[in-house]
Write a protein that binds this ligand. Structure first.
Ligand code: NAD
Length: 490
């Protein structure tokens, strides 16, 4: 019997979204070597994609280099018009793209639809920001001279992207690169290549010239090695694990590329006893269970002040128990499968470890786990710092709750991590919110909100959560060089 994802994919109007070939130098390249794409909910094979090799990547690098001068030579408004057209094609094909995302990544269809809108938003936003890549004129320290700083495109760029947001993590990088005047080669995660290839088809339709956006799927080391060693690739933007980020940073050192890294998180979520618990629980559910917890912004350590601890655990337990597990393409589903079995196994190991060491677990039992990639949404209370879940990122639908006494104690515990991506503070005291938002060592802080991302904000982390920023004018700057020019003898 044919599975639910295959049935939905059979009905796609755009059959070319399933062709699975790579886009290199304006041509769709097939390969005798092909890899299967699997529905993570059922394990069913849903498509095949061409497996590219280092020779393909060399061709792509040469094509990116060839396309660079013409692309940078366009006016920012001309590049912006193409980016806007790409975004509008994404919105036009939103339903089909969402089905692709859910089929290969697993998230509920509504979340996939949201990702298309969110992802297209980066193209629209950078279309305009490219027109504002202003330089500076510096008041001169020398008589008869004029000092200018210009922003210029850095050159051909590469993006290595993850599977948790298979569309938005591409447009966040490609929007900035293209607006800056740089061609980009995208190597998507092997788990979610169909969304990436579909985006490339729409880029082509939008009028992105040959060689300016290229997508190659294949073994990560086979494809990243040529990118790292080739001096023509001037910038590398990566989203994924801290472990791989370190390797890429080391590899990029050989050709001194500009590297931006969005790596793991371990977000603390601080709940003080002056808050409205109803609002906080809503915030925690949003910050923990969206994308089944496979989000680097996900609340990983929920610290709750002792005065409201018992009431909070009870209220969150009720909310968690209501969450429904299932296939992302079924409309009642709120929690889909983990995209990777290894991530599901890590969640299970963290739950077992915590329970063995004295944590209490409440798991949802609604819906159906269709296979081993499903992890039921789980609340772990009475978590202590010696448990694995308090020390490492979960990346799944497991909410760890830890009690605390004082503000001084909790800020020290929140900051005692090598990660520094996102943090959340819920309090009714403005003074405390100002004080803690200053003291907390994280790149992004939500005060009384669990939702703060979007194209205008500088997305990125401190410490081992990354380098550089995406989105915002800072994200554009990752693909640009500064040039200082001194005019003398005026
Ligand atoms: P990963 O780092 O292994 O994969 C991310 C990307 O890197 C994929 O495209 C993958 O093919 C590529 N890659 C993997 N090994 C590589 C190598 N040696 N050289 C070059 N490229 C390589 O991520 P994962 O293991 O699939 O995910 C697990 C962890 O990654 C999560 O627990 C989370 O911490 C982190 N993660 C973070 C984000 C984020 O948004 N910051 C997204 C996804 C994963």
């Amino acid at each position: 019997m044919i599975g639910i994802a295959a049935r939905h994919l059979q009905n796609l109007r755009r059959r070319d979204f399933l062709a699975g070939n790579a886009l290199i130098d304006g041509r769709w390249i097939a390969s005798d070597e092909r890899d299967s794409v699997v529905d993570p909910a059922t394990g069913e094979g849903i498509a095949e994609v061409a497996r590219c090799n280092p020779t393909h990547m060399d061709l792509a690098i040469a094509a990116a280099e060839r396309s660079f001068q013409a692309w940078r030579g366009l006016l920012p408004t001309q590049r912006g018009a193409i980016l806007r057209c790409w975004a509008s094609l994404m919105n036009e094909h939103s339903e089909e793209l969402a089905i692709l995302i859910t089929s290969e990544q697993g998230k509920p269809l509504d979340e996939a639809r949201y990702e298309i809108k969110y992802g297209a938003g980066f193209l629209e936003w950078f279309a305009a920001e490219g027109e504002r890549a202003y330089g500076e004129t510096i008041p001169s320290h020398k008589e008869g001279s004029l000092l200018q700083v210009r922003m210029q495109p850095i050159g051909p760029a590469a993006a290595i992207t993850p599977w948790n947001f298979p569309v938005a993590m591409i447009t966040r990088k490609a929007g900035a690169a293209l607006a800056a005047g740089c061609p980009i080669i995208v190597k998507p995660a092997p788990e979610t290549p169909l969304s990436a290839l579909a985006l490339a088809r729409l880029a082509e339709e939008a009028g992105v010239p040959r060689g300016v956006v290229q997508v190659l799927v294949g073994d990560p080391i086979d494809l990243s090695t040529p990118l790292l060693r080739d001096p023509r690739i001037r910038a590398l933007s990566f989203t994924g694990s801290t472990e791989v980020g370190r390797l890429l940073l080391e590899g990029a050192a050989k050709t001194v590329k500009k590297v931006s890294l969005e790596l793991g998180g371990h977000a603390p979520f601080l709940v003080f006893d002056d808050v409205d618990l109803g609002k906080v629980v809503k915030g925690v559910v949003a910050a923990k269970f969206a994308t089944s917890g496979q989000d680097c912004l996900a609340a990983n350590r929920i610290y709750v002040q002792k005065g409201v601890y018992a009431a909070f655990v009870e209220a969150l337990g009720r909310a968690v128990a209501q969450l429904r597990l299932g296939h992302g393409l079924e409309s009642a589903t709120e929690i889909g499968p983990m995209t990777k079995l290894s991530v599901a196994n890590k969640c299970r190991a963290q739950i077992d470890d915590a329970v063995k060491k004295g944590a209490r677990a409440i798991s949802a039992s609604r819906g159906v786990a269709m296979g081993p990639n499903f992890v039921p949404p789980t609340l772990l209370s009475d978590v202590t710092e010696d448990m694995l879940i308090a020390r490492e990122e979960t990346f799944g639908p497991v909410a760890a709750v830890l009690p605390f006494d004082s503000e001084e104690e909790v800020i020290a515990r929140a900051n005692a991590s090598e990660m520094g991506l996102a943090a959340y503070i819920y309090t009714d005291s403005l003074r405390r919110a100002l004080r803690l938002s200053e003291q907390i060592e994280y790149g992004m802080v939500g005060v009384n909100t669990a939702s703060f991302t979007g194209p205008p904000i500088p997305f990125g982390g401190w410490k081992q959560s990354g380098l550089g920023r995406e989105g915002s004018r800072h994200g554009l700057a990752e693909f640009m060089e500064l040039k200082y020019v001194c005019f003398g003898d005026l």
